[in-house]
Design a binder for this molecule. Structure first.
Ligand SMILES: [Zn+2]
Ligand SMILES: [Zn+2]
Length: 175
């Protein structure tokens, strides 16, 4: 969904959009929507600045950082983003005026603001940078890739085995 800048008035205009999981790809193969994502808010315009305020909710499945098991995360976030035309944003950012708070600024190109992009960005911003399936996740064995949450693997033993084998060979040759 896109908001047409020309149609906005200074008084805020409500907008809302609902995305089925496959309608909003998150552009990261380790995460996907598991239920409808909903974004709603109000848009207002002041000269060339478009301000979007509202909230977003989504359910996202991400991969555990240690074992890659799927983890469900619910996202409920508020946003307040001011869009500037791309040329103005670039000039002002170079003047470092916006950098303190630049997460709250975004650029729009042409005469529309892309709500899909807003929704995607807000979801990614709201997700924790590190996600574990459980606090004490044991992760995967670095050697064989076995999931250590569901059992142990034979790697430790195998690492010792060659030494015992060598020792056994030495003892044999002593005799
Ligand atoms: Zn895990
Ligand atoms: Zn192993």
């Amino acid at each position: 969904m896109r908001i047409e800048v020309d149609k906005l008035k200074e008084a805020s205009t409500p907008f809302a959009s609902i995305y089925a999981p496959d309608e909003l790809p998150l552009e990261d193969e380790l995460m996907r929507l598991t239920a409808e994502a909903k974004v709603e808010g109000r848009a207002s315009k002041k000269r060339e600045q478009i301000r979007l305020q509202g909230k977003l909710s989504a359910s996202v499945e991400v991969a555990c950082d240690r074992c890659a098991a799927p983890v469900d995360v619910s996202v409920n976030t508020d946003f307040d983003v001011t869009y500037l035309p791309v040329d103005i944003l670039t000039v002002e950012t170079e003047a470092t005026e916006l950098q303190e708070d630049d997460l709250n600024f975004a650029a729009y190109e042409g005469d529309t603001v892309d709500i899909d992009e807003l929704a995607r960005e807000q979801i990614l911003l709201a997700l924790p940078t590190r996600q574990l399936c459980r606090e004490d996740c044991q992760g995967l064995c670095p050697t064989c890739g076995a999931n250590l949450n569901t059992g142990t693997c034979q790697c430790d033993q195998q690492e010792i085995d060659p030494r015992w084998a060598a020792l056994a060979a030495l003892k044999k040759s002593d005799k």
